[in-house]
Design a protein around this ligand. Structure first.
Ligand SMILES: *[C@@H]1O[C@H](CO)[C@@H](O)[C@H](O)[C@H]1NC(C)=O
Length: 73
């Protein structure tokens, strides 16, 4: 019974750690202007301009007169 509980706890802990690492890798930010023709490129440029490291790939969502970027670093 004890070992089952221990296994459960380590499973929860592991999924928490893995989920957290994923959260660190993906970065979200809101920038002024639209996504443009190539939202991926627009977002990568935005991240570089704000001084962050260059993302591998981004997804862009228009958000009124701003856009939301979700990037994988
Ligand atoms: C976004 O652009 C980068 C660099 O140009 C490219 O490597 C990546 O595959 C692109 N991703 C998508 C989803 O188009």
């Amino acid at each position: 019974m004890r070992s089952v509980a221990l296994l459960l706890v380590s499973c929860v802990l592991l999924s928490f750690i893995l989920g957290h690492v994923k959260e660190v890798e993906a970065q979200k930010d809101i920038f002024l202007g639209g996504c443009g023709k190539d939202g991926n490129k627009t977002c990568i440029d935005d991240f570089v301009k704000k001084g962050a490291s260059k993302p591998k790939s981004c997804e862009c969502d228009d958000f009124g007169d701003e856009h939301l970027c979700r990037c994988i670093m």
